[in-house]
Design a protein around this ligand. Structure first.
Ligand SMILES: Nc1ncnc2c1ncn2[C@@H]1O[C@H](COP(=O)(O)OP(=O)(O)O)[C@@H](O)[C@H]1O
Ligand SMILES: [Mg+2]
Length: 221
C-alpha cells in the first residue's frame, strides 16, 4: 500500500473550540507534500496529531498501517522525523556533536559506522567548523541544520518539517532546497508546512491548503 500516512475523518477541538474539522488525507512516501494556509488554520496541530503528540477528538490516523494511538510516541519518533517550527524546542544537547550522537547511545549496534555517518552529516549541512560549538550560541539557521542533521541520523522513513524556511535568507533557502532534494532521493517521504509560496511551488508535488481547520484546496504539480 502506497499510503504511508492515512488521516481518517479527523477532528480536533481544544477548550470546546474546533481547530480541525473532518480531515481526510492520505500521504504517500514517494510524495513531497506541502501543507499551506493562513496562520491559525491548523497546520501545526495536524502535524502534532500525526506525531501522536496530541490525540484526535474524532477519527483516527494510521502511520504505516498502524493506528498512531497504538504505536506510541517512541515508535512514531523512530519512523517519522519531526522538525519543530522553533529549533530551540528541538535541540537539547550542549554541543553540536553531542546533539548529533545522542540518539545513537541507545542503538549500540550502529556504533562502528557512527563517526562516519556523523562526519557525512556535518559535511552535507556545512557544520564541520561547528562540531564542537555550543548549541546555545548558534544562529537560527545553524540550529535548524543541526536539528535536521540529527533527525536524518535517526534514519527516518518520513519527515515532517514545520515552517523550515523561517529565518532563512535566500542563500540558505537555496541550500535547504538542495538538501531536501537529496533527502527525497533517499526515498524519505515529506510533509512540509510552509508560508513560503515560492519555496512551496519549487519543491512540492502536491499542495494541500488548510483554512479554518478544513482542507479547502488541493493541487498536484
Ligand atoms: N494548545 C492550544 N491551546 C489553545 N488553542 C490552541 C492550541 N493549539 C492550537 N490552538 C489553536 O488552534 C488553531 C490552529 O493553530 P495551529 O495549528 O498552530 O495553526 P497554524 O500552524 O496553521 O498556524 C489556532 O486558532 C490556535 O489558537
Ligand atoms: Mg504553525
Amino acid at each position: 500500500m502506497n499510503n504511508y500516512i492515512r488521516i481518517h475523518q479527523v477532528s480536533y477541538s481544544i477548550n470546546g473550540q474546533a481547530v480541525l474539522n473532518n480531515i481526510d488525507l492520505s500521504l504517500a512516501r514517494n510524495q513531497f507534500v506541502a501543507l499551506v494556509g493562513p496562520n491559525g488554520s491548523g497546520k501545526t496541530t495536524l502535524s502534532k496529531l500525526i506525531m501522536g503528540i496530541i490525540a484526535p477528538s474524532r477519527g483516527y490516523i494510521l502511520v504505516d498501517s498502524t493506528d498512531v494511538k497504538d504505536l506510541g510516541l517512541a515508535n512514531i519518533g523512530s519512523k517519522i522525523g519531526y522538525l519543530f517550527q522553533n529549533p530551540n524546542r528541538q535541540i537539547f544537547a550542549a554541543t553540536v556533536m553531542e546533539e548529533l550522537t545522542f540518539a545513537y547511545r541507545f542503538k549500540k549496534h550502529q556504533q562502528p559506522q557512527l563517526q562516519q555517518q556523523v562526519n557525512e552529516m556535518l559535511a552535507v549541512f556545512e557544520l564541520e567548523h561547528l562540531s564542537q560549538a555550543k548549541t546555545y550560541f548558534l544562529s537560527h539557521g545553524e540550529k535548524q541544520r543541526v536539528a535536521l542533521a540529527a533527525i536524518l541520523l535517526n534514519d527516518p522513513e518520513y519527515l515532517i518539517l514545520d515552517e523550515p524556511t523561517t529565518g532563512l535568507d535566500q542563500k540558505r533557502k537555496k541550500e535547504l532546497s538542495s538538501l531536501l532534494q537529496k533527502i527525497r532521493s533517499k526515498n524519505i517521504g515529506m510533509l512540509m508546512i510552509s508560508h513560503d509560496h515560492q519555496f512551496v511551488l519549487e519543491q512540492a508535488d502536491r499542495i494541500i491548503e488548510l483554512d479554518r481547520g478544513g482542507v479547502v484546496n488541493e493541487q498536484h504539480s
